[in-house]
Ligand binder design. Structure first.
Ligand SMILES: *[C@@H]1O[C@H](CO)[C@@H](O)[C@H](O)[C@H]1NC(C)=O
Ligand SMILES: *[C@@H]1O[C@H](CO)[C@@H](O)[C@H](O)[C@H]1NC(C)=O
Ligand SMILES: *[C@@H]1O[C@H](CO)[C@@H](O)[C@H](O)[C@H]1NC(C)=O
Ligand SMILES: *[C@@H]1O[C@H](CO)[C@@H](O)[C@H](O)[C@H]1NC(C)=O
Ligand SMILES: *[C@@H]1O[C@H](CO)[C@@H](O)[C@H](O)[C@H]1NC(C)=O
Ligand SMILES: *[C@@H]1O[C@H](CO)[C@@H](O)[C@H](O)[C@H]1NC(C)=O
Length: 301
């Protein structure tokens, strides 16, 4: 079955596997999930030979290697790429590494069309995140969205937890008294704007504002211009539309406002924002999701 589906050599690649975990996150809707997709079908991997891996007509077989499929096969690819990036850029934080992997991921397949699921539906950012990870491009992302531990504390502060709950996440209560700057607007390489469900199907213009800061990890100064792919039934405005980085490690911020116009189908819609380097090769792409809040439909695999 896998051979027919995946190995005839003519289908576009990659394709999103049916079993791949879908977003949004059931634990927190305010950050779009998943982040990324990585190879997870028929992965050749070392296997404990003391566990029978196959049986043919009651004969149990074992092997040092196995072809395995699953989200648990994609996770080591993502972790390995993160480790490789840390090796190449020891100064990068975990958030910089995540940003590099997300903003350089491919959302198009080998035929330059949107990546599809194995049932032929187009894969959305709530299915595949930013796209299929590209380790070589992630080595040189141009710009990254950094987030410090304090930024995560500020996010947790915005969620009105008790001190007990807060300690579970923050591993310390020290910061609980320092929720002076609560913010749900984490400096994350993707955007999700949620709107209340309207039974009447009528809408006012609802607005959600984001602020993001980019750090230049390119070799020298660079200028980037924005390109916006607007989700259906919304408008997206970005200010400023040009970011000038004078030197390496320079930081520049922008505001992004999503206005929801309304959608009689109350569907989820998708877009993107890409910062494109002028006179250079870097493109820094983030997916945008707009959705009414209906229920948590994601699975956690
Ligand atoms: C947290 O509490 C504040 C004040 O009561 C409220 O305005 C805000 O909506 C709450 N946030 C969440 C995520 O429940
Ligand atoms: C509280 O957090 C701010 C950053 O939001 C930090 O500058 C300050 O040092 C912290 N204060 C304490 C007492 O931890
Ligand atoms: C939406 O419809 C309801 C009921 O028809 C009406 O009361 C309300 O004013 C409408 N809201 C807007 C923003 O048009
Ligand atoms: C971005 O928004 C902030 C308020 O959130 C505002 O003070 C600032 O002027 C805005 N910057 C731009 C370039 O629009
Ligand atoms: C939402 O988008 C669809 C398709 O673009 C359009 O037909 C419809 O009028 C839009 N709805 C609103 C309220 O603008
Ligand atoms: C863009 O990429 C090409 C091929 O990788 C390289 O030869 C060229 O120098 C790059 N240009 C810039 C401005 O970095």
């Amino acid at each position: 079955m896998f051979q027919e589906t995946y190995m005839d050599g003519e289908r576009p690649a990659p394709v999103l596997a049916r079993f791949s975990a879908r977003g949004p996150s059931s634990s927190y809707l305010g950050i779009a999930k998943p982040d990324i997709m990585a190879p997870g079908v028929l992965i050749l991997a070392a296997f404990p030979p003391n566990i029978f891996s196959e049986s043919i007509q009651n004969i149990k077989l074992s092997s040092d290697y196995e072809l395995k499929s699953g989200t648990s096969m994609a996770a080591p690819h993502a972790a390995g790429i993160a480790a490789m990036l840390k090796g190449a850029h020891p100064e990068w934080s975990p958030s910089a590494i995540r940003s590099a992997m997300m903003t350089t991921a491919n959302h198009l397949d080998s035929t330059q069309k949107p990546i599809r699921e194995d049932d032929n539906m187009i894969a959305t950012p709530l299915d595949m995140g930013a796209g299929h990870v590209d380790p070589n491009r992630a080595l040189d992302p141009g710009l990254v969205y950094e987030a410090t531990p304090q930024d995560y504390i500020n996010l947790i502060c915005s969620l009105n937890f008790t001190e007990e709950q807060f300690k579970t996440f923050a591993r310390s209560s020290a910061n609980y008294d320092n929720c002076s700057n609560p913010s749900a607007d984490l400096n994350y390489p993707s955007f999700i704007a949620l709107y209340p469900f309207s039974l009447e199907g009528n809408f006012t213009w609802l607005e959600q504002k984001f602020r993001r800061t980019l750090t230049n990890v390119g070799k020298g100064g660079a200028t980037y211009k924005v390109k916006i792919e607007t989700p259906k039934n919304s408008t997206v405005s970005v200010s400023p539309r040009t970011l000038v980085f004078k030197e390496k490690n320079d930081k520049q911020s922008y505001n992004l406002t999503i206005r929801y116009i309304g959608d009689s189908d109350q569907s989820r819609n998708f877009g993107s924002i890409t910062w494109i380097e002028q006179n250079g090769n870097h493109t820094v792409r983030s997916p945008i999701v707009t959705s009414t809040i209906i229920e948590v439909w994601g699975s956690e695999d």
